[in-house]
Unconditional design. Sequence first.
Length: 92
Amino acid sequence: MNNSFQLLLQLLKDIYIVLLAIEASGERHAAVRPKPLLNKLEVIARLRISDTTYRRYVKKGILTPMTLHGIDMYYEQDIEEALQESKRKGRL
């Protein structure tokens, strides 16, 4: 048991050293940064559409919300892509 404890302690020390090295290098992994989320009202404002148009876009599948506690939420990048696609097709 003492040997297992020593191995675990050494492993934790090694992990700590690696984390310190990562922090010192200033590197940030893209997956660590949270992606900005937009709610329904922010999407309507960003796309400059009405609530009726919003509901129609959701029904047609142009917009695909994630529902968090009953609230439609979107990643900002997904809305930007939908906006570019709308501009490309001449909708906006």
